[in-house]
Design a protein around this ligand. Sequence first.
Ligand code: MEV
Length: 315
Amino acid sequence: TVTEDTAGFGKIILFGEHSVVYGYHAIAAPIGLSIRAQVTRREEAGSDLIIPGFDSADSADSDLPVRIAALITERLGIRGSGMRIEVFPNLPRASGLGASAALAVAIIRAMASCFDIPLTGREVSALAFECEQIVHGTPSGIDNTVATFGQPILFRKANGARDAEFSIVTAPHPIPIIIGITGVRSLTARTVSIVRTVWTKSPSRYDAIFEQIDGLALTGVGALERGDLAELGDLMNINHGLLNALQVSSPELEALVALARRSGALGAKLTGGGGGGAMIAIAEPDRTNAVATAMRLAGYTTYLTEISAATAPSA
Ligand code: MEV
């Protein structure tokens, strides 16, 4: 059986993607979509990795799961042990929803459970962070933290990033969020490098944008804690404009964001790496379905999720 504790959670970033890589605050929350894994031992040495529905032929990151699994067996001291690793992805790939971190967390937890290796949440997250470094060189650590702890968090990368600072943000009631998938796959490594390039050319210009986004994230904490949807929507709209200024939006993201706002959303923005991938919108509870329907009728895949009123974190 596949147990609950092998889940790696998918995530949305409400505020602060990209600037978080440079040490500024961001808010992220888990979504109802996750990746699970199951590991079983076998006599024959070495491991097999099975991911149903993973079309490895068509993308630049096709060998990533194998490299991630290899790093995890190495770090857990079980390299060469005979095992079969099955992954059950319930999260679109290369969509900005944190699939790579969720995959790492799921495999770490399943291997640790199969080989009776006790790991704390911090240890799971730190190892998933190392896996994220394979995925893109300079992860902030926000994706692996949410994938591990499954709670809405205010996050800030620490020096060296392994021991990031984060605190759980509690909403007074569930906050409904619509997720729209552009259908254009985009690797975070690419958009992170776009931002790195423009920032390197003109650090002070881009630091000024990061600082504004930092302010939005910090203001967002209060809005989330009050459950103030209108304020959250305003802050999301501004964050999206600033992400566009960072050159990580795309025509599809702009179309979806415009459509969501036209259909009554209080706010909409790209989420995660951008350049394609996913966007999120927030609306009054009685408008949420109308916004999602308009997006679906325009041909986009949508998911409804909510930022939950937080529960106790796992150790
Ligand atoms: C990706 O979900 C978020 C980025 O800020 C990258 C990172 O934080 O590692 C774009």
